[in-house]
Design a protein around this ligand. Structure first.
Ligand code: GDP
Ligand code: CA
Length: 318
């Protein structure tokens, strides 16, 4: 069996630990199609937060407390940059992490596409799944917000890390998405999939930018594989992160049903065939989509693998 997962960073990476565990148990292959909307160039380095969260988590090297970056990280480079007074000072680049960005940027500058660079980085980390960026082209999430008395579009990282999403926010724009093509390997993976899972990632700034690549969305939604999503919202709140702020901007109800309805039923131009919600949200109704309630707390790999088994069952594959 072949499983394709659309995913963001930290939440998606935890989900993928469970997908990998379940896939090993049943002898399935896994391909993650990862959001690149958070990607940003800083201090001359190309940084891919979601790809790195997935890679480090599956490679066993993520910092479990912070949730992002490397365990045992040191911050000499960041402190030295601060002493030069260079901006952006609000973005902390770890030393170990910096090595990843140096390798990536060097390869990109030499002309390799991001998908090839990711494959090269994964030779070290051996994530046990195939990791693909959604696109090899430039696609950046920008946020139109009122910042210091002025309405402007800022990079998602600035909105998220610098302002904690705590500024009047009007909309999200996926710069470059319209002309972006799916990365090498993405269309083949989707065409060969037995099921497509939508990770319990932030629907607005992790999953939406993946699906903003026109041919990628078309391939997923017109393909034969069932599409099953997993809710990132439990009991009316995101488990962590700022999905509530993002959803509020779109005037979407912060609930499992609200996100399910936002994705919408595939039969009506939406995304989903099935929608997995937490047991506490068992009453959630999404017209046109089959919902099922199971425990959705990703407390450990086994609990997450059970979620994945339920998602496959909901999709009618086992
Ligand atoms: P990011 O790119 O690093 O922000 O990570 P993602 O977008 O992949 O995931 C963030 C989402 O994961 C948040 O909206 C959380 O609500 C969700 N999440 C985190 N932990 C859990 C969990 O244990 N269960 C569920 N269902 N969702 C979770
Ligand atoms: Ca992200």
């Amino acid at each position: 069996m072949r499983i394709v997962v659309l995913t963001g960073g930290i939440g998606g990476a935890r989900f993928l630990l469970g997908v990998r565990a379940h896939a090993r148990a049943i002898g399935a292959e896994v391909t993650a199609v990862v959001n690149v909307g958070d990607d940003v160039r800083m201090h001359g380095l190309q940084i891919c937060p979601d790809l790195d969260s997935v890679m480090y988590t599956l490679g066993g090297a993520a910092d479990p407390e912070r949730g992002w970056g490397r365990v045992g990280e040191t911050w000499v480079v960041r402190d030295e940059l601060a002493k030069y007074g260079v901006e952006p000072s609000w973005f902390g680049l770890g030393d170990k992490d910096t090595a990843t960005h140096l390798v990536r940027t060097t390869m990109l500058n030499a002309g390799y596409p991001l998908s090839a660079v990711t494959a090269a980085l994964c030779e070290r980390w051996q994530p046990g799944i195939t990791m693909l960026p959604a696109t090899d082209d430039r696609l950046e999430t920008h946020v139109v917000a009122d910042v210091e008395g002025e309405r402007k579009a800022i990079h998602f990282q600035e909105w998220w890390v610098r302002y904690r999403g705590d500024v009047p926010t009007h909309r999200f724009v996926f710069v470059g998405a319209e002309s972006a093509k799916p990365a090498a390997g993405v269309l083949d993976a989707v065409a060969g999939a037995d099921i497509v899972l939508v990770a319990p990632s932030n629907p607005v700034v992790s999953i939406a930018p993946v699906l903003a690549v026109p041919q990628l969305k078309e391939a997923v939604t017109s393909g034969p594989a069932p599409i099953v999503g997993v809710s990132p919202i439990i009991g009316g709140a995101p488990v962590r992160g700022m999905a509530d702020r993002c959803l509020a901007t779109l005037e979407v109800e912060v609930s499992a049903a609200g996100v399910g309805r936002m994705y919408g039923p595939r039969a009506e131009g939406g995304l989903l065939d099935g929608w997995l919600v937490d047991e506490s949200d068992a009453g959630a109704q999404v017209p046109g989509v089959t919902t099922r309630a199971v425990p959705l707390w990703m407390t450990d790999e086994q609990a997450t693998a059970r979620m994945v088994a339920a998602a496959l069952e909901l999709g009618g594959v086992k």
